[in-house]
Design a protein around this ligand. Structure first.
Ligand code: ADP
Ligand code: MG
Length: 397
């Protein structure tokens, strides 16, 4: 290792400089803190394979540590100004530098000194005079330990976020199931009296001449019809499925549902474009898959409104999953509402136009199929709903 000019640079930079080997990959870094340049040089001589930072006084050391976040700090104890203990104490008080291991390098050998060093947060002591091999071995051990700790922390953070995502899903599923039970019982209570009232209403004789009354009559019958539709949707929502899982070709399902929507689409100036790749069958319940696609297409149609537009349905295999996207060029979804669209009873449609149950039904069905449903949307630009289903093991070969 060449030290040419280091002393003058050290002085010029208030005791800080970085010694870096050119052309090397990411290396572990060590901050050496000692008020004597001779000692810094001596330590640096043994640490050729590390990226090195130097500091000749306490305040600079704290600064460099915070800026550069070295992997380990070699700290002298006896220094003018802040001594090693105080530097260590301050490093441990700072959230950014708290986890950097500190090793005291000192001529002090009294037990009390070691005790105080450990109290302020150091992890080890190395005594002067320095033995190069011991220094390197100790450093390597502490860096390995730090790696384990960092990896563990990363793993814990990852598991933590996975756990909260699962919790959110569970919460949503629980909400759906509770609302499903509630709506099933309410809709059962409502359907018989409604049917009775509708029949009584229809049995009334109307004066053919009275146009106003006729109109009111039609409104009442129309409202009964709408309530019946709503009740049917609520019953579907709460109804446990009896169908069983079987291999389902989603391309066929899509073609069938598009056919079903055909008239409605052409009446509303909507063009449906299909881009269906070759996909393996998924493990699913055909009726429920139809229901999901039907809900997504109906929503896309509603989003396009009276002026019409284009609805594109794609299928593809990506990342070991069957991916279906339904894209429309409609009104899009406001950013604030994106999180709510899968919640039961969330609807931005005019009264009588929407129940707010379609997407939560989709969510429930897709989750039961071990899949994921997500949405991307630009307000005023259109939306894409994406379904992802796992490919069954036996379809993989
Ligand atoms: N393709 C879409 N484009 C724009 N908004 C949509 C789309 N699909 C769903 N939404 C929004 O999500 C809401 C909930 O949809 P849904 O659960 O199907 O209930 P509903 O259609 O009865 O309102 C809709 O009211 C609408 O605001
Ligand atoms: Mg809907």
């Amino acid at each position: 290792m060449s030290f040419t000019g280091v002393s003058s640079q050290l002085k010029g930079l208030l005791g800080v400089m970085v010694q870096e080997k050119s052309g090397s990959k990411i290396r572990k870094s060590v901050l050496i803190v000692d008020d004597l340049i001779g000692n810094v040089k001596l330590l640096a001589k043994h640490l050729d394979e590390y990226k090195l930072y130097f500091a000749l006084d306490g305040l600079t050391a704290l600064n460099v540590a915070e800026q550069s976040l070295p992997d380990v700090i070699l700290l002298d104890i006896m220094m003018p100004g802040l001594d090693g203990y105080e530097i260590c104490r301050r490093l441990k008080l700072n959230a950014r530098t708290r986890s950097i291991p500190v090793i005291f390098v000192t001529a002090k050998s009294h037990e009390d000194d070691e005790e105080l060093g450990l109290q302020v947060g150091a992890i080890d002591f190395i005594s002067k005079p320095i033995s190069g091999s011991i220094l390197r071995a100790r450093l390597a051990n502490h860096l390995e330990l730090k790696d384990y700790r960092d990896n563990l922390e990363e793993l814990l953070a990852q598991k933590d976020s996975e756990l909260s995502a699962t919790y959110e899903q569970l919460l949503h599923a629980e909400k759906l199931s509770a609302i499903g039970k509630l709506t099933a019982s309410i809709s059962h209570e409502f359907s018989s009296p409604l049917l009775g009232m509708e029949q009584i209403l229809k049995s009334f004789r109307l004066d053919e001449e009275d146009e106003d009354k006729k109109q009111l009559f039609d409104v009442c019958v129309g409202e009964c019809q709408r309530l019946r539709d709503l009740i049917r949707e609520m019953q579907n929502f709460g109804r446990p499925t009896t169908s069983s899982f079987e291999p389902v070709d989603l391309n066929e399902i899509i073609k069938g549902v598009i056919k079903l929507c055909g008239k409605n689409f052409s009446r509303n100036n909507i063009v449906a474009e299909l881009q269906l790749a070759e996909i393996p069958p998924i493990n699913g319940i055909p009726d429920q898959m139809k229901q999901v696609l039907f809900n997504l297409l109906t929503n896309a149609k509603d989003a396009l409104g009276v002026s019409g537009g284009c609805i594109r349905v794609n299928t593809i295999v990506r990342g070991g999953q069957v991916v279906v996207t339904v894209t429309d060029t409609g009104c899009g979804i406001a950013k604030d509402s994106l999180e709510d669209v899968f919640a039961p009873f969330f609807s931005t449609k005019a009264e009588g136009e929407g129940t707010g149950l379609g997407l939560s039904i989709c969510y429930g069905i897709v989750s039961k199929h071990k899949g994921k449903i997500s949405v991307e949307s630009g307000y005023g630009k259109g939306s894409t709903f994406t379904l992802r289903f796992p490919i069954p093991e036996d379809s993989l070969s």
